[in-house]
Design a protein around this ligand. Structure first.
Ligand SMILES: [Fe+2]
Ligand SMILES: [Fe+2]
Length: 258
């Protein structure tokens, strides 16, 4: 059995975002259990600034292994420098390539794709990322569950604001998944709401937002309502992978008191 904590959208900028992220990370640090992975699916730095990444790096320094992928609020170069310790010229280039990463755990492989499009809020997987993904699915050790993670959900979640900036052109990914039955599930963030649906016949689990929670259309009482709840507690998902690759997901809220 493997247990993966999945958080998303910490949007580090002000004291509030730091306090909420710290509450979630402290909760994970205090668990009487060694997690197999802490996955953070993007929107790490609210403005993609170097100082926000420095803060995020400190907050996400954990006794558990951590894998972080970028979202639309992230800047690829600053993300590489600040979180991956990449000091090469490539990290600093304005056209820095997609940040695609592999994590191998005990009995599972996470393939974290960069669905960000520099300068745009919506998501898209580039051809290079899709080629990389297909190759890495093939390279995953025999018997491993294969989890594909990215920031932008590739389907509508019935939240118009989010649906308008989802991962587009997702038919290419669905076609890839059709050729690779080893893909167990898809994991995403971006929506700032805990959600479960399917994509390409596989589970698609969306981690809630740490920084805030999106207001669902049937929660909006007046057009004056803000599009997010600021009063709901930060939350995260736990994905439990059984030996037979069956995936169970639990969602948890975390207190910011004390
Ligand atoms: Fe976000
Ligand atoms: Fe996002």
């Amino acid at each position: 059995m493997a247990v993966i904590a999945h958080l998303s959208d910490i949007h580090i900028d002000d004291e509030r975002s730091v306090r909420r992220t710290r509450a979630v990370v402290d909760y994970l640090e205090d668990l009487p259990y060694d997690l197999d992975l802490v996955l953070v699916t993007g929107d790490i730095a609210d403005h993609g600034a170097d100082e926000e990444y420095a803060t995020a790096r400190g907050l996400l320094d954990s006794r558990h292994p951590v894998l972080v992928c970028p979202g639309n609020h992230d800047d690829r170069g600053a993300f590489r420098r600040g979180l991956l310790g990449d000091a090469t010229d490539a990290a600093n280039a304005a056209d820095a390539g997609a940040v695609d990463q592999v994590y191998r755990g005990a009995g599972f492989t996470v393939l974290a794709c960069d669905s960000s499009v520099p300068g745009k809020p919506e998501g898209w997987l580039g051809d290079e990322t899709l080629e990389w993904l297909a190759a890495e699915v093939g390279r995953a050790p025999e018997g491993d569950a294969v989890l594909v993670a990215f920031h932008h959900p590739p389907v509508e979640l019935h939240v118009p604001y989010v649906d308008g900036i989802r991962q587009f052109d997702a038919g290419r990914l669905a076609e890839l998944a059709g050729r690779h039955p080893r893909i167990t599930a898809f994991l995403a963030g971006h929506a700032h709401t805990a959600a479960a649906t399917t994509f390409a016949g596989r589970p698609l689990l969306v981690a809630p937002g740490v920084v805030n929670t999106v207001r669902l259309p049937w929660e909006r009482q007046a057009h004056a309502d803000h599009h997010v709840h600021l009063d709901q507690p930060p939350a995260l998902a736990f994905h439990v992978l059984a030996e037979d690759h069956r995936l169970t997901t639990h969602f948890r809220t975390v207190s910011t008191e004390g």
